[in-house]
Design a protein around this ligand. Structure first.
Ligand code: HEC
Ligand code: HEC
Ligand code: HEC
Ligand code: HEC
Ligand code: HEC
Ligand code: HEC
Ligand code: HEC
Ligand code: HEC
Length: 479
């Protein structure tokens, strides 16, 4: 995921993008190529522009995603802890849970407290812990929620218990002539000239998350383990199964383990086996569905109620395995996980190693979804998809200048200029005065009755025709 980010994080404000051609290489390593996964860097001293660089990376997400995915939380329950400045855990998000208003004595109006700087609400410990690793998911050791090629500690995946031997990988360099037999033979600090990414060493990439400051040393280190068994603690997250399923297509010819160029992954070539084990063999046990990686999506916001076709780009959406009767191609499906954990599985309209075309069905409810490519048991990184409610006026009528509107997707109203919520006549200069506002009905005093009306809600705008009712003149009550 997000491989294209050119991390010049020595100067965090200058985090920029480069669209690397997949499978460009720094061979031989170190440093290792930066085609898949999060750049092997340090991210705990970020400013707003860095957050936007990833969260508005137009190959993966679109800029409107940030307002949309916050606004899809309106009406949902506030967690504990929460980033909402005035939100009470247990209550529901309202506009004012996030947007604070202050009275301006000079203009006699309310205006909004700044709400653009991510770090005003989301916490990092500068130089120590990054935003993501202070989230509830990371603190609960659910690394897989965001990192594709990782097992979660304690999920019951296989970790060998037999005695370590010559072929057991080492945590740092191995005993081979050039350091083969350990992770750092390939994954070590240096400049990846193909992508321009400054790669950090494994101690720095792991410690800079902040997990180290939270006293989580034993997740990754067992101080009592013999030197040659230290890798077993790393296998808490880097299990045999996931390690043997990390591979990039080296020749734009599909992923075919054993026949790829060396150093594009873990199982492409005998030299890759040698890099970790200092030993060669034919096929790695448990190798099968190579873990897919999503690097781009054609749209990250769709409207509920309409079929929308998305094009997803990335790597390892398909791969070959050597079955008992010859090569078998394994393919991915698309899974959408809603905030409540329920998943919708979609069959692609078409699929290649690097592209999936899939239709998001009209029936999918509005909300935030995590989108993953799933190949048998291998799950890609998560990419966010916002399904926005449709904003629609179904009917409107006007009496005495008061317009009554029914429809859907109106959400909530804030009475302030620039709140993004208003009712107006098509050519009017001023907005109508809102009398009442719910998700489905609005009453507003517009002063006159026009044949059309415009509603601006946090989910978008809608226009509708107005049926004008003759004014009802009340007879004065008889005394
Ligand atoms: C290197 C890329 C990158 C950078 C830089 C980055 N993010 Fe993220 N962020 C991600 C990815 C990937 C996810 C997981 C997928 C998703 O939810 O979109 C994520 C998820 C999140 C989440 C959701 C957490 C949860 O509990 O699910 C929050 C909040 C967030 N980021 C805030 C920020 C803020 C604030 C900054 C700046 C300090 C920032 N991010 C910088 C890539 C990045
Ligand atoms: C969970 C927090 C949260 C809630 C709840 C929330 N907002 Fe926002 N809103 C934000 C953030 C953060 C931004 C800034 C996004 C950005 O800078 O890209 C924003 C931006 C906006 C904008 C500017 C639009 C834009 O594209 O930048 C408007 C208008 C707005 N909010 C109105 C509302 C209204 C009206 C409600 C209630 C229906 C509401 N917000 C509820 C967090 C929230
Ligand atoms: C005004 C406060 C505020 C600001 C500013 C803000 N956020 Fe948030 N954000 C929240 C709240 C509140 C939540 C919901 C989680 C919570 O309650 O802790 C949230 C949730 C998120 C999520 C996860 C949404 C989901 O459920 O899928 C992401 C991603 C995110 N923020 C990124 C950003 C980024 C990037 C910025 C800056 C461009 C930003 N936020 C600015 C308050 C804010
Ligand atoms: C909410 C999403 C999220 C969760 C959960 C999460 N991470 Fe991350 N992780 C990220 C993002 C985004 C980055 C890059 C920016 C940063 O470091 O904040 C990252 C970076 C990293 C890096 C450095 C990048 C690299 O390729 O070396 C390591 C190591 C890491 N995380 C480990 C973990 C571990 C261990 C856990 C579980 C205890 C975990 N993460 C949970 C989102 C997440
Ligand atoms: C023979 C060289 C080699 C060795 C040795 C090696 N790797 Fe890798 N590894 C790679 C390559 C190449 C990639 C793909 C990187 C890319 O293109 O982004 C990779 C990717 C990964 C990834 C995917 C996510 C990411 O950050 O890129 C993880 C996790 C990983 N390796 C863990 C390990 C661990 C743990 C060890 C030691 C047990 C290890 N590797 C040893 C070559 C190697
Ligand atoms: C998320 C995983 C992770 C956590 C948590 C973690 N480490 Fe590490 N640590 C690593 C990795 C990976 C390396 C590099 C391989 C090696 O040398 O073991 C490393 C290296 C080290 C080293 C070798 C010297 C160096 O810095 O290069 C020491 C000492 C160390 N860690 C101590 C700690 C202590 C003490 C804690 C807790 C306060 C801790 N680590 C928490 C992953 C982690
Ligand atoms: C608690 C989970 C966890 C443990 C335990 C763990 N790692 Fe990692 N490791 C990660 C995550 C998450 C990533 C980043 C994957 C990505 O880029 O999305 C990572 C990435 C890596 C990579 C690829 C290069 C990079 O920085 O992205 C190497 C090599 C690696 N780890 C080595 C180790 C070693 C050696 C140990 C044991 C000392 C260890 N890890 C323990 C979670 C863990
Ligand atoms: C990224 C590092 C890495 C690469 C590359 C790698 N392996 Fe492994 N492999 C491991 C680790 C870690 C273990 C578990 C070792 C332990 O805990 O004793 C393992 C275990 C094994 C085992 C024992 C499995 C069992 O049931 O316990 C075999 C056999 C094996 N690997 C073969 C291969 C072959 C063949 C290749 C090349 C196609 C390969 N490996 C590539 C890291 C790697």
């Amino acid at each position: 995921m997000l491989k294209k980010i050119l991390c010049t994080l020595a100067m965090p404000a200058a985090l920029t993008f480069a669209y690397a051609v997949p499978a460009r290489s720094e061979v031989p390593p170190p440093p290792v190529n930066q085609n898949i996964g999060i750049p092997d860097g340090v991210f705990n001293n970020l400013v707003e522009a860095n957050c936007r660089a990833c969260h508005e990376d137009t190959t993966v997400v679109k800029p409107e995603t940030i307002p949309n995915r916050h606004h899809l939380l309106v009406g949902k329950t506030i967690p504990d802890p929460t980033a909402a400045p005035t939100g009470t855990p247990g209550a529901s998000y309202e506009c004012l849970s996030c947007h604070q208003m202050v009275w301006d004595d000079t203009t006699y109006t309310y205006s909004f407290v700044s709400f653009r700087d991510c770090l005003l609400c989301h916490q990092q410990l500068a130089g120590q812990a990054s935003v993501h690793h202070l989230t509830a998911k990371a603190l609960a050791d659910d690394c897989k929620a965001c990192h594709g090629p990782i097992d979660n500690p304690g999920d019951g995946h296989y970790i060998p218990t037999y005695e370590p031997s010559l072929v057991t990988p080492q945590v740092n360099l191995g005993t081979g002539t050039n350091g083969e037999g350990g992770c750092a033979f390939c994954h070590d600090a240096g400049l990846d000239s193909a992508s321009g990414i400054n790669v950090y060493n494994n101690a720095d990439t792991h410690h800079s998350t902040g997990l180290v400051y939270l006293g989580k040393c034993t997740l990754c280190h067992d101080v009592h383990a013999a030197d040659d068994a230290r890798i077993r603690q790393c296998e808490n997250c880097h299990g045999v199964n996931s390690l043997h399923n990390i591979q990039v297509d080296s020749d734009a010819n599909g992923i075919d383990p054993g026949t790829e160029a060396a150093y594009y992954g873990h199982i492409g070539n005998q030299d890759d086996c040698w890099g970790c084990h200092g030993f060669t063999a034919a096929a790695a046990p448990y190798s099968g569905p190579v873990i897919p990686d999503i690097s781009g999506v054609s749209a990250s916001t769709v409207t509920a109620g309409f079929d929308t076709q998305l094009t997803i780009s990335g790597a390892a959406f398909t791969n070959l395995v050597q079955g008992p009767t010859g090569p078998i191609e394994i393919t991915s499906t698309i899974s959408l996980t809603a905030a409540d954990g329920s998943a919708t599985v979609l069959t692609p309209d078409s699929i290649t190693e690097s592209t999936i075309v899939v239709t998001i069905p009209a029936t999918l409810a509005a909300g935030n979804y995590a989108l993953n490519a799933v190949k048998v048991k291998s799950v890609s990184n998560s990419v966010h998809l916002a399904v926005m409610p449709e904003v629609k006026i179904t009917s409107a009528s006007c009496t005495n200048g008061v317009v009554s509107i029914t429809g859907k997707g109106f959400s909530q109203y804030i009475n302030a200029s620039g709140s993004g919520t208003s009712v107006s006549l098509p050519d009017a200069v001023a907005n109508c005065t809102v009398l009442s506002w719910t998700d489905t009905t609005i009453d507003a005093q517009c002063g006159e009755c026009d044949p059309a009306i415009n509603v601006d809600s946090v989910y978008g705008e809608a226009y509708g025709a107005v049926s004008i009712r003759r004014a009802i003149i009340k007879k004065p009550a008889r005394r």
